[in-house]
Design a protein around this ligand. Sequence first.
Ligand SMILES: NC(=O)c1ccc[n+]([C@@H]2O[C@H](COP(=O)([O-])OP(=O)(O)OC[C@H]3O[C@@H](n4cnc5c(N)ncnc54)[C@H](OP(=O)(O)O)[C@@H]3O)[C@@H](O)[C@H]2O)c1
Length: 485
Amino acid sequence: MAHTIVIFGASGDLTSRKLIPALYELFRRKRLPENTRIVGASRSPLSDVNWRDQLADTTSKFLKETFDLETWKQFSQAMFYQPLDIEQPADFGKLSAKLAELEGGLPADRVYYVATMPQLYPTAVAHLGEAGLANDQLGARRIVIEKPFGTDLATARELNQSIHRAFREDQVFRIDHYLGKETVQNIMVLRFGNSIFEPLWNRNYIDHVQITVAEEVLVGRRAAYYDNSGILRDMFQNHIFQLMMVVAMEAPVKYNADCVRDEKVKVLRAVRPLHGSDFANCGVRGQYEGYAKEEGVRPNSPTETFAALKLSIDNWRWNGVPFYLRSGKGMSCRTTQIVIDFKQPPHLVFSGGRESTPEANRLVIQIQPAEGIQVHFQSKVPDQGMKLCTSLLDFSFNKASNGQAGPDAYQRLLQDALQGDASLFARSDEVEMAWRIIDPIIAAWRSPAAPDLYTYPLSMWGPEFSTQWLDDQSRSWFDVCPVIS
Ligand SMILES: NC(=O)c1ccc[n+]([C@@H]2O[C@H](COP(=O)([O-])OP(=O)(O)OC[C@H]3O[C@@H](n4cnc5c(N)ncnc54)[C@H](OP(=O)(O)O)[C@@H]3O)[C@@H](O)[C@H]2O)c1
């Protein structure tokens, strides 16, 4: 079967930085199905050749050494451009005619990738439906929707309803590029492909879980957007919750889209709702020094650029095990890591005082910049009686694959969308449940009863109060810049 990928937002940043480089790489690595064509659509008046040339420049810039002009020429033969205004229904008729012409009227599977401004998603979907482009009698018709998926529960629901008026749920692929990362998938393999970790993966052995997404960058040119969005919408509702679900889910009966997503959504259902004074104590709000002076930010903006949250998952596995989630901009380094902090051994055997008291075991799963896993365990300092120290066992994806960097998340996700595998995409109920948890926190943090907003200096791990907040719970953040390189 032939394949057609239609990209709405063809002249945009995501297309040039991620989508076309990912499709080119799939082609170069012979992973793109034969007879795949790519049709770009946006308002800019470009010809096929203009579009190909623009993207040749950007793709070579982003891919550097893997870009090869001869391979690009072969790849770009199958790239076509159709001027289209999403707000003009008649343009979808023209698109339909162009697709039929390119496909020669033969059956073809199509993926529509909506990579344009979020406010245009419902219109794009509606016009696709009205033009008959969602009808899958002549091949599969799938739609990929970029983040953000709504700005709260109400808008996410509206968007789901608009989508479902044109497409069935099994045709919809809501992207969260974190799920395309090798290490995130590897968490499932670590948990469900080994017998040594899973018996420990519960309230009997784990004290708490930390998930940190730290960025060094500031809001930059996204300031105006960010000031309305804030870190809870930008990072927690999607990426951090996805990581939490993968860590906390039960084993799926099978590794397929429905079974995996059934288990993930159960985690969100089990998150204990917050009430009343919980909102003041469930987390820490922070804003980096100088944020208010960024161009596009409102004076006295209450928007958080840092947040830490403590959530509880009320089920048999996790009862009493807090999940500490935090993310910030202007932090001391760029790292995304999940830290599983195990309980102290139940009885101290060695009698050498503090030096013989073991530190609790820890498993660090690093998602970026490098992907890997590190186990912290106790060993004996040689020739010093029973003095203990923490030793490390490292697994680095990069080293395990002889320095071959794993594929970019978009390669994996585009390939899955082409094959119709939605396991690594969010389902409608999952997205709505995530907003159901985040919305009340945002509302409480915008109310007069909001906890204090702490300013923090750049290149630190957020406000000092965040450290104290966790100290007060007899725990401490794992503030270590990438552990795996
Ligand atoms: N950039 C990233 O790294 C990134 C990462 C994650 C998610 N995303 C998401 O991906 C989406 C696209 O982001 P982006 O950064 O690529 O945005 P962008 O650079 O602003 O691109 C927007 C695209 O939409 C097109 N467009 C605007 N109005 C249109 C209309 N009425 N009809 C047809 N096309 C129209 C623009 O082209 P014309 O002006 O030529 O029409 C342009 O191609 C956003 O939802 C964003 O949140 C982006």
